[in-house]
Ligand binder design. Structure first.
Ligand code: ADP
Ligand code: SF4
Length: 685
């Protein structure tokens, strides 16, 4: 299909100093959880972005020196020439598709725990280390600053030698150059402290040093946190941020504008932000510099993207998450296939991978992170190896993904769903406050399936074992999901608790099926992800009094992994939720919940008329067990209840592997190089 001329502007080349981006699609630096330990995986991941049409593809954060170490999190390194060679793999992979390769040079200052390198951590002023207590960070003296500039310059030279086109000076996300900029973290009284002119001195010098290091071979980009969202007391876009751009606006070849304070501000989830949520910040910078500006905003709509350019907000379409959810987003727009974009849902499961120190995963894109390891490509899937017809029972995320991927392979597929709509758990979960974008998981798949003539969909079709047998399918796939437990079993409760008969107990399934909720409700959360907090929010907004009890220390405690934790606390506390933390379930009488403090063991009671248990789920696997052994396979929550991302992955993996030789399916592993030469037993190198 030809490209819609309305989108031509997105495909214009843009000069960035000495280099030219082939279009305006700019994959900004983002973490992958792979770092220097997984160079092949990193290179393959970035290559897919370039192949998908991103005109600029950047790496993740790349440490310039062993004093910048975030063990156990994965990061790149440019400490020596071995690193240069390793990173050349990534730049070459990006260049293969005609895109520019960018690299984000990084020093985290007081963010660095240096547990791996055991170097002393450095920062503009002596403070406690951000993540490691009771460690502290040493204040850099003038000699340290000179040395730091040398490390940065050396890393810039190596970046150029590794073949990168854009070299970043990284003054975002509370890292070292930003720590100099912010009045909250810079208490110096020398020429690097005090006025904004002084606090911006290091950034100015780093831009000059980097320019000198790369000459006219590479562009110099600055990633700046234009506002750390601490109001007037911090580095704000109305004050220091604006002044910094006035001072340095013309010095780099481009500006990559971000938010500081916490990573949750910059990669804010859709629950707490809309598409283009950083626009006002980018616009301030754009109005103070003639250099190109890029900024993220979870852009997935081509019309919104055109608006960004035409209204002069930015020169590129910056994206991390939308490029993860659909690496082929630019190429789909280019080919007039924008209706096939797999839109990011803003769930931040990708952030959780990084926060867990694990390789990148994505709810919408099951191939993300598997490009090298399993040789999975987001847009291509091997053709069917037989004429087998496949029955998929259940059209939640797992069943939909399996049906779609099997259909793309060319298998004849029947998808049977008991309900009157496709979507399974998404139908309810996307109705919770702020989660409406989650329905995109269903919408993308149901639309793609509707374009296929080898996938038949039957709604209102609850199948039992006889009905399954009647289909006479070569393969039956059970994707019937899960239900919330009523017995208290959860993360802190390994055996069911005693529950008195007739107690007013509800589970999330009851709430979703429309059970009337009384004016007061007590929620017990031993699940710790979004569900209990989001239900509490819905009930508070509807005027209920909500008490919340949990063995954890905060509301929805696992959401710290999705960078939503602080937003959830702020919202629910402001709505008036009443919380009791560190309490573990003991028993449930008909109107009384008994809990025990997880530290002191002291028991206490809460009286309720309605208790909502959000603890864990059990598979809906009765149908599977009714079928003859070996007749069917289970996927998604029916196999093991987990996240939507895991359900999608499960369905996709089944489809990829169906009929394939199991010996060919073992994923590849990155292995550490054995450095045998020169090492003598018993000798300390
Ligand atoms: P998952 O996350 O694993 O995809 P969901 O709970 O979201 O699981 O979806 C399961 C789907 O299976 C629901 O839409 C449900 O209506 C459907 N389902 C459950 N049992 C049957 C059945 N016997 N026949 C057809 N569909 C079923
Ligand atoms: Fe978007 Fe969620 Fe995928 Fe991250 S995990 S890219 S937020 S869909």
């Amino acid at each position: 299909m030809p490209r819609n001329p309305r989108y031509d502007i997105l495909f214009e080349p843009v000069s960035i100093g000495p280099v030219t981006a082939p279009n305006r699609f700019y994959q900004t630096p983002h973490a992958t959880g792979m770092g220097n330990m997984k160079p092949n995986s990193s290179a393959a991941l970035r290559a897919i972005k370039a192949e998908g049409g991103w005109g600029v593809v950047c790496t993740e954060y790349c440490s310039i020196h062993p004093t910048a170490d975030e063990t156990p999190y994965a990061y790149l390194t440019l400490w020596d020439d071995d690193d240069t060679e390793q990173l050349a793999l990534t730049s070459a992979a990006i260049h293969e598709y005609g895109s520019l390769a960018g690299i984000e040079l990084w020093h985290g200052g007081f963010h660095c725990n240096n547990r791996g390198t055991r170097e002393v951590a450095l920062a503009p002023s002596a403070v406690s280390a951000e993540f490691v207590y009771p460690a502290q960070v040493r204040e850099m003296d003038l000699e340290d600053i000179r040395t730091f500039r040398r490390w940065h310059r050396d890393a810039a030279v190596r970046a150029m030698q590794a073949g990168f086109d854009i070299v970043y000076v990284y003054a975002g996300h509370d890292y070292l150059p930003f720590q100099f900029l912010s009045p909250l973290t810079n208490r110096r009284s020398d020429k690097y402290g005090g006025s904004i002119e002084n606090r911006a001195r290091l950034l100015r010098e780093l831009i000059e040093d980097t320019r000198e290091a790369v000459g006219d071979r590479c562009a110099v980009a600055v990633r700046l946190a234009i506002d750390e969202l601490h109001g007037d007391s911090g580095f704000s876009s109305a004050g220091d941020g604006r002044r910094t751009i006035e001072l340095l606006g013309e010095m780099p070849d481009m500006w990559d504008i971000a938010l500081g304070g916490s990573l949750g501000n910059d990669s804010c989830s859709s629950r707490f932000s809309a598409e283009g949520y950083q626009e006002k910040y980018a616009a301030i910078v754009k109005s103070h510099t003639s250099k190109p500006v890029v900024n993220v905003g979870r852009f997935t709509s081509p019309d919104t993207m055109v608006g960004q350019i035409k209204r002069g907000v930015q020169d590129f379409i910056g994206a991390a998450r939308p490029s993860i959810a659909d690496p082929f987003l630019p190429s789909k727009i280019d080919q007039g296939l924008e209706d096939q974009i797999r839109e990011c849902i803003g769930c931040n499961i990708c952030r959780s991978a990084n926060n867990e120190g694990a390789p990148l995963r994505c709810t919408q894109n099951p191939t993300m992170g598997e490009e090298w390891r399993r040789n999975w490509h987001p847009e291509f899937i091997p053709p069917a190896v037989s004429r087998d017809n496949i029955l998929v029972v259940g059209a939640g995320p797992a069943g939909l993904e399996a049906a779609l991927a099997l259909g793309r392979r060319g298998y004849p597929v029947t998808l049977a769903e008991a309900g009157s709509e496709l979507g399974g758990r998404l139908l309810f979960e996307a109705g919770l406050p702020g989660l409406q974008n989650w329905i995109r998981v269903r919408d993308y798949r149901s639309y793609m399936i509707s374009q296929m003539d080898n996938v038949e969909v039957y709604l209102n079709s609850e199948l039992d074992a006889d009905a399954v047998a009647e289909f006479d399918a070569d393969q039956v796939l059970i994707a019937t999901g899960s239900r919330w437990r009523r017995d208290g079993l959860g993360h802190n409760q390994r055996r069911p608790v005693e529950i008195a008969a007739g107690a007013g107990i509800l589970t999330p399934d009851d709430v979703f099926s429309g059970t009337e909720i009384p004016a007061e409700i007590l929620i017990y959360d031993d699940d710790h992800y979004f569900m209990a907090g989001a239900l509490a929010e819905r009930l508070l907004l509807a005027g209920h009094r909500v008490r919340y009890v949990t063995p954890a220390e905060s509301i929805s405690s696992w959401s710290v992994m999705t960078n939503e934790h602080e937003f959830i606390q702020r919202r629910l506390l402001s709505l008036g939720i009443e919380t009791t933390f560190a309490q573990k379930l003991v028993s449930i009488e008909h109107d009384r919940l008994t809990t025990r403090c997880i530290y002191s063991g002291k028991e206490s009671e809460q009286v309720f008329s309605c208790l909502l248990l959000v603890t864990s789920r059990e598979p809906n696997d009765q149908l599977y067990h009714q079928l003859l052994p070996g007749r069917a396979r289970r996927i998604g929550d029916c196999l093991v209840p987990s996240s939507i991302a895991d359900a999608i992955y499960s369905g996709h993996r089944f489809a990829r592997e169906y009929g394939e030789d199991p010996r060919q399916l073992t994923p590849r592993r990155e292995r550490a190089l054995l450095q045998s030469s020169g090492m003598q037993p018993g000798r300390i190198e």
